[in-house]
Every structure is written in structure tokens, then in C-alpha cells.
Design a protein around this ligand. Sequence first.
Ligand code: NDP
Ligand code: 8X3
Length: 250
Amino acid sequence: MKKTAFITGATSGIGKATAINFALNGIDLVLCGRRQERLDALKEELGKEVKVHTLNFDIREKDSVQKAISSLPKDFAKIDILINNAGNAHGLDTIQEGSVDDWDAMLDINVKGLLYVSKALIPQMVERKSGHIINIGSTAGKEVYPKGNVYCASKHAVDAINQGMRIDLNPYGIRVGAVNPGLVETEFSNVRFKGDENRAENVYKGFQPLKPEDIADIIHFVITRPYHVNIADLIVMPTAQASSTIVNKS
Ligand code: NDP
Ligand code: 8X3
């Protein structure tokens, strides 16, 4: 049966690769982000394969999230798969030097934004007793690294929310699981380092990082398991990476 997926952070990186993968696999799409021109381009490209609707909202603004989701046309109103992906790191500083604005951004986007979207979409899944939610966590949600403090806290929160959602939605047959990547080359480090491209590129130099398509492929695997199989928590790193701080660079 034809399914519809709702992907946050679809304008770049892991979310965009997942949108492309899903479209090629016949899954209709609701794609979210703030960069309208990218949403338009994706709609144009992926609309050749499947039905695509785009929503432009800042995930930090709960009223905008609710309003955008309430505005979904009938054809897109039933969401089978939710990919809670939007998020970023802002800054890489010791706790004594970190910026409060960066902390606000990470907690508001990665944690509260994920909750706002989930709050707007879970009731219909509960009512139907069906749905699949994938929360994009991180190795940073399993392990804290130097200067990672608040980003790691935000991803540890995603880990806890993932577990809590799975417990609470268990009676309704809704599948909940997390995909926790290590180093993936996306716009992530450009955002973290506020547009400093050299610094961002350096993060992925000297080893082969994961590509967003690798994660999209895994997400597609997760959502295509038979109904009785729920991949609850998956960690994936580049082969060169052993932990948040151990990367075998040439
Ligand atoms: P990108 O920077 O490439 O993509 C981030 C996406 O999030 C963009 O589509 C962006 O859209 C969206 N986004 C950011 N802020 C907001 C906001 N305020 N409102 C709405 N949308 C927002 O990074 P990745 O693809 O790497 O990151 C995706 C997820 O994967 C994040 O949760 C990240 O923490 C996680 N992750 C990434 C890893 C990596 O190494 N890259 C590793 C582990 C986890 P727009 O700007 O258009 O709003
Ligand atoms: C992203 C992985 O190690 O760059 O969540 O924080 S890391």
C-alpha cells in the first residue's frame, strides 16, 4: 500500500538524501525546512516520481509547526512514517566559553522542535493504531566528547525521547526507533562552525566519512522490515571511526 513520509530537515544532508531515496522507492513525501528554494527544487525533482508537498516552518516555533501540519491537504494528511531529522550543532566550545544563543538553538531545534512535530503527528497515529517514527540521534547521544557538552546533551535527550516514545506508543502498535550516525559529511559542520568552510572540511579530512546516502539507505532498510520487526536503536559510524574521539586519519 502507498505510504506517506513526513521528513523534517529535508533541504540538506541526511533529510534530503532520505527524501530522494524514499521518492525512488515510491513513498509520497511531505518535506520540511526553512529554505523555500530548496523545497521548491525538491518538489520539482521528486514530484516526477511521487506526490510531494512541502512545508516551510522554523521547527523552534511551536505555533508555526502546528499551523503548518494542520494545513496539510487531504492527500497528505495521513502520515505513515515520521523522520524526525531536523537538527544541527551550533558551536564547539568548552562549557565555560559556550554561547547561550548556541545552547538555545540546539535545545530548541534538536529537542523541543522534534517534540513539537511529534506532538502534532502522533495523535493521528495513535487513533489509527499505526505508524513508524524514526528519530535521528547521534553517536553524540551515546557518548559525550570534549566541547560537545550541549550538542551531546541534546542528542542524549533524543535518545531518551526515543525510548520514552517507544514505551508510550507500544500499546498502539506504533514502531519507534532511532538511527544514530557518527561522522556524516553534510552541511552539519558548516552550520556548527558558522560558515567557516575550511574548519568544516577539516572535520572530514584524512578518512572516508559516511555519506548522507549511506544513512538514507539504512533508514529505508529500517522502514521496510516486516511489521513485527522494529529496529529500536541503531548506531552507524564510518569504518575509520571507533568512537566520538577516535578516528583513524591518514
Ligand atoms: P544538515 O545541516 O545538512 O541538515 C540539517 C537540516 O535541518 C536542514 O535541512 C535544515 O533545513 C534543518 N533545520 C535546521 N534548523 C532548522 C530549524 N530551525 N527549523 C527547521 N529546520 C531546520 O545536517 P545533517 O543532515 O547532518 O543533520 C541532520 C540530522 O542528523 C541532525 O539531527 C543531526 O544532528 C544529525 N546527525 C548528523 C551527523 C553528521 O555527522 N552530519 C551525525 C549524527 C547525527 P533549513 O536550514 O532549510 O531549515
Ligand atoms: C554528529 C556527530 O561527532 O560530529 O552528531 O557530533 S559529531
